[in-house]
Design a protein around this ligand. Structure first.
Ligand SMILES: [Ca+2]
Ligand SMILES: [Ca+2]
Length: 446
């Protein structure tokens, strides 16, 4: 009797001990050690996490990822995999992989003919449950390819400056082909040197939300021969051809759902659905393109505008994430330029100019603000206001002279305790009649 009771009491304890042992095969990889060996070892014991230490991990042949492996770094910007060879950095070990996660890593490659970032592809059995989270892939010849896969999640990633000049129009930042049920969110696909921000073909149920496709050589985002193509809350600007495109190779893309996108200043059409496309297009703001809307008869269209002064589309962001200054929903008096640090920054900021960021979520408590700025002037301030240009002032950030217009410094201040969701107004003030500052990004903390 007592034994039985004891067994009953101990069973949960034994289970907990067993559960904590599951991770016992996890491996940490120091720089200079073999990432492949760690993946192979963890795979043999049934799967688990392979964590790359902070630092640069140089590779000279592709890393073959396996089922049930989480390949992660200690931090998105601290664990880096780099190669100088004309190779793909991460590829599949087999077709039909399951439960692969890659997270908190930065990959740097070569913009050469055969080089790529992450290529998880299959022509036979589809891969399943592939997740890329907080992964940056920069300067690789073919960017990220997921081909032949079901249930794919890509979140908080930045795949930019990928492509190669041998494959103009074909080497994209992200390529999804034969993919089924994909969610891509809060990610950036900018400045492909040869092709699109995102390219999709022969796929089903593709969902792109709160992403940015700027300055790509060819299209912003394009899907061909795809059924179910949702694009919401995206910023698609300054691309070399069409911004947002439902295209066809053999059959045109159908069941599109495009809403709340800002599609601006693309060299060709802004929002374009080829004849035969079906679906809805609502609440978009497309302006400054060669033709802002070119929609087929099968598209139900409503509430779309072409007005650079209106702020449809704004990405509701977490205040505690890094918010790019140039991602404002609306502004008065500013310009956007290339930033020496990366990406872009706001510029031409004079006394009285302002930027608006819609639906910023301050959570339960936010009490500090930091700004990445450059200034060669004195006596300027950033007023942080809520909900209108004269709304509640929660803080005033003094702008210090950083010693040059592209010399960047981070300035932090305490602000009034703030919670909930608000439209954020950054209002610039200063006694100087010329430019006051440039702003790259800002964020809040609690
Ligand atoms: Ca101005
Ligand atoms: Ca920026």
């Amino acid at each position: 009797m007592l034994k039985k009771k004891l067994a009953k009491l101990l069973l949960p304890v034994i289970l907990i001990i067993f559960a904590s042992q599951v991770g016992a095969t996890d491996k940490m990889v120091a720089t200079g050690q073999s990432i492949q060996q760690a993946i192979d070892d963890v795979s043999v014991s049934g799967g688990g996490a392979v964590t790359l230490s902070s630092g640069v991990h140089i590779i000279d042949k592709p890393i073959k990822i396996k089922s049930n492996i989480t390949l992660c770094g200690q931090g998105k910007n601290t664990s880096i995999i780099k190669t100088t060879k004309d190779i793909k950095i991460i590829i599949q070990a087999d077709s039909g992989l399951e439960n692969v996660t890659i997270e908190n890593l930065e990959l740097f490659g070569c913009p050469t003919k055969n080089a790529g970032g992450i290529h998880i592809t299959s022509r036979t059995k589809n891969h399943e449950n592939i997740k890329l989270s907080r992964v940056n892939v920069y300067e690789t010849g073919w960017g990220v390819h997921i081909k032949g896969a079901k249930n794919v999640i890509i979140e908080n990633c930045n795949f930019s400056r990928n492509g190669n000049l041998d494959s103009l129009k074909y080497a994209h930042n992200l390529y999804l082909r034969r993919c089924y049920t994909v969610y891509v969110s809060n990610s950036i696909f900018d400045n492909s040197i040869s092709a699109n921000g995102i390219n999709i073909s022969y796929s089903t149920d593709i969902n792109i939300d709160k992403c940015q496709m700027q300055g790509n050589y060819f299209r912003g985002i394009r899907a061909a021969d795809t059924k179910g193509f949702t694009v919401k809350n995206c910023i698609i600007t300054g691309n070399g051809d069409v911004g947002l495109l439902a295209n066809s190779e053999k059959t045109v893309t159908t069941d599109i759902n495009w809403q709340n996108n800002r599609v601006a200043n693309n060299k060709n059409k802004g929002i374009y659905a080829r004849p035969g496309a079906t679906g809805t297009c609502t609440n978009n703001n497309s302006y400054g393109n060669s033709n802002d809307y070119n929609l087929s008869k099968g598209i139900t269209s409503s509430n779309n505008i072409s007005d650079s002064t209106k702020d449809i589309c704004c990405i509701g962001k977490n205040a505690q994430s890094k918010i790019e200054a140039e991602d404002c929903c609306r502004h008065s008096g500013i310009k956007i330029e290339k930033c020496s640090e990366n990406g872009q920054n706001t510029t031409d900021i004079n006394n009285g100019d302002y930027c608006v960021y819609h639906k910023i979520d301050f959570g339960t408590l936010t009490n500090s603000f930091q700004a990445r700025l450059a200034s060669n002037a004195t006596g300027a301030n950033i007023e942080i206001r809520l909900d209108s240009i004269k709304g509640k002032l929660i803080g005033t950030c003094p702008v210090t002279n950083t010693g040059g217009w592209q010399k960047w410094g981070t300035k932090s201040i305490n602000i009034t305790d703030t919670s909930g969701t608000h439209d954020l107004y950054l209002v610039f003030t200063g006694s100087d009649t010329g430019s006051l500052l440039k702003l790259n990004w800002f964020s809040f903390a609690g």
